[in-house]
Design a protein around this ligand. Sequence first.
Ligand code: MSP
Length: 713
Amino acid sequence: MKTFYVTTPIYYANSLPHLGHLYTMIVADAIARQKRQQGIETFFLTGTDEHGINIERAAKRNHRTPQEQSDYVVSYFKQMTAAFGLDTAHGGYDIFMRTTETFHYEGVSELWRRVARAKTPKGRDALYKGHYEGWFCAACAAYKTEDEYVKPASPDEPPTCLVHETKLDRISEESYFFRLSDYDEALLGLYEVRPDFVQPDARRNEVRSFVRGGLQDLSVSRLKSSVSWGVPVPDDPNHTMYVWFDALTNYITAIGFGNERQERAIGFEKFWPALHIVGKDILRFHAVYWPAFLMAAGVEQPRAIVAHGMWLDRTGRKMSKTLGNTIELDVLSRHFSVDAIRYFCLREMVFGQDGRFGYEHLIDRTNSDLASGLGNLSSRTLTMIQRYCEGRVPSGNISEEGRLLAKRAGVDTDEASISGFVAHARDEFIRYFSNFGFSRALEEAWGIVARVDKMISDAKPWDLAKDPALRQTLNAVLYRAAETLRWLSVMLYPVMPNATREIHSQLGLTEDLSKIDPATLTWGGLPDGTQIGDVKGLFPRMDKTKTMDEIKGSSPTVREGSGEHAADAVPGADATVSEARPSGRAPLATDADALPVKNETGDGLIEITDFARIDLRVGEVRSAERIPKADKLLLLTVDIGEEKPRQILAGIAQYYAPEQLVGRKIVVVANLKPRKLRGHESQGMLLAASVGEEGKPVIATFAEDVPNGARLK
Ligand code: MSP
C-alpha cells in the first residue's frame, strides 16, 4: 500500500498558539485528508518543540520548571486541536510529537553520533569542536549575522532582532560546529536534481541564492552551563544540542529513527520521507540545515519542503506573540465555525504568499461564499426535493417527449453540459489542490456552485412544479443539483469536513466521505429514490455589525476544562497581572516574550472603551497567609471599599512574606470572574510588574495616600 507522511513544524512551547500556528495545521490536515480519501495510508505529525533557552526563560517567568511549562502549553495545544477538529479523534493528526519524549532523546542522539562519525563531501569531519562568538536571538533560536539585526544606538546595548524586535544575546563559548560550509555544492546539486524539493519556486530560488552566497559552519551545541534544558550531546555531557538540531530530528524520531518504540508502532521505513509544511520564516532551517544534517548522517532526504506565507496584521507586520498582534484562537472559535475558518484560511491566503487577516473579511466570506453560496445551494436543492418529490431524490432521466416539452418551456436539458462542467472543475480542483493551490482549487469548486445556481434560477423549478407535463424536467433539474452537491461534498471534504458530512447525510447518503476519492466520482452515482435526511441550514448568515461589536468586546477567556485563562487576560503594557493560578503558577500573561496587547482587529491598538471594561480599584491588604501545600500561593483579604473585603489568591509566596503585605495599598482587578483555586475562591487579582528574566513580581502600589475602592482609569 502506498504511504504518505506530512508534517507541520513543531511549535515552541513557550507561548500559546495563534492563527499562524493554526494555519499550518489546517494546511497539513487538509492535505492529509485528501491523501486518505485517495486510499493512501497517511501519517500526519504535529507537536511541540520543547527545549532551549526560549522555553527555559518562559518557564522562569512563569515560575514553572521547563517541563511544567511545556506540559502546560501542550495541554492547551491539545484542547485547541480538539476544538478545531485537528486531533486524532476528529480524523486529524496521528501523533502529537514532543521533543521531551525519551524515544526522541534516543533517536536524536543516534543522529548526532552518525553526524559525528561522518565526513563532509569535501572529505573533512562533519562535526568539530570550536569556539562560538556572536549574537543569538532566543525567540528565533538562531544565530544572527549582521544583516539580520538592527545595530544599537549605543555600543553598550545589544542589537535587536529584525524579526522579533527583541534584544539579542551575546554568546562567546566553546561549541560543536557542523561543517555546513562543505555542503554548498551538494545542496545546490540536490535543488537542481529535484526541482520540487523546495516549493513554491520563489522559495526555491531564495534558498538557492542563500546557499550560493556561501554557507558558514553552524554552531550546534551550547554549554550545559548556559543552556541546560536540552538533549545532552552524546559522550560530552558539558554540552547540550542546539535546539534546531534536536527539533528538526523530531520528524524522523517520531516514526522510529534510532528508537525501537516508535519503529514498532509506526515505522521509519514505512513512512519516511515526509512532506514538510513550514512557514517561510523557518525555511532555511528546513531547506538548508536539515538536508545537510541528513546528508551527513546518510539518511534519505524529505519528499519536499513546502513553505507558506505569513499572516500579517493590518499594518503588514507578521503576526506573532512577541509583537503582540496575534489573532487568538479562542476568540476565533467563539465567533466562527471550524469549517468557516478552515475555508477562509485556504481560500483567502494564496498559498506561499502573505495574507492580511481581518475579521470583517472572514465574516464577508462566510456570508457570501458559504451562507449565500454553498449553504444556499444545498438548502434550496434539498428543500425543493422535499417539497416537490416527497423527500426522495428524483430520477434524472428525461424522455424524448419530456425533452421536447422542456425545450418548449425554454429549459436547457442537456445533462452533459452540466456533468461535463462539474467533472472538468473537479479535475482542476484536484490538480490545484495537489499542488498546494488551495485558493485556486476552491475557486474551481465555487465555479460549480455558481453554475448550478444558475441552472436552477434559469429553470425555475417552482414554475415547473405547476405544470404536470414538465414533471420530468423538474426532476432532471433537481437530480442534477443534488448530484452536484454529492460531488461537492466529496471534493470539499478535506477543506470542510463537518459541513460536507452534513451535506452528504442530508442527501441521505451514508458512505464515509474520508474514504471516497473525488477522482473516482462518476456522474449519476446518486441513486434515485434515495430518501433525503432532515434539511438544516449549514452556515447561518452572520450579522457583521453585531459580530464585530462582540469580537471587539471579547477577550480570550478561561478554557473549559483547564480552569486557566487561555491567554493573557488583560491588555496592558507595563503592568503584569499577578493572579494566582490553580497550580499556584504565575499567570499565562507572561508566557509570551512581551505582554501582548489584545486587539481583535489586528493593528495592535485598543479602544479606550476596551480599557474601560477592566475595573481597577485601590485595595488595602487586611490579612495575608500561606496556603498549606501550595508553596507559591498567598491567600489575601483585601478591602476595596466594598461592604466585605475580597478574598484574593496570588502566586507571589516565593517573593513576599505575608507580613510584608498587610496594610499595603495595592491595585486590584475587581471585575474578574471568581474562580476556585486549591479549594479557595479567588475574587479578583492584584497587579504587579514582572521583573527580570525570572519574572519576579513586584506589586504595584501608590506613593501617595489613596482611599480604598478608588477607581484607576
Ligand atoms: N519551533 C520552531 C519550528 C521547529 S520545526 C522542527 C518554530 N516554532 S514557532 O512556534 O515559532 O512557529 C512555527 C510555525 O508556525 C511557523 O513556521 C509557521 O508555520 C507558523 N506560524 C507562526 N506565525 C505565523 C504567522 N504569523 N503566519 C503564518 N504562520 C505562522 O519556529
